[in-house]
Design a protein around this ligand. Structure first.
Ligand SMILES: [Zn+2]
Length: 54
């Protein structure tokens, strides 16, 4: 499962989400803290991902 990391531009909360490709394409990611959709994707580099490339 792909992880995507986001930073909320309103409350500065950082959170990671597991999204399907369709959800990712729709881009309707909400901040879990304040519910804002004003989020920005950031490179996920705070954890090790051992996913296989397909
Ligand atoms: Zn927020």
């Amino acid at each position: 499962m792909p992880f995507y990391e986001y930073a909320c531009q309103d409350c500065k909360e950082r959170f990671s989400q597991i999204l399907t490709l369709r959800e990712y394409g729709e881009g309707n990611v909400k901040c879990p803290k304040c519910g804002s959709t004003h989020v920005e994707q950031v490179p996920a580099q705070f954890y090790t991902v051992t996913s296989r490339k397909s």
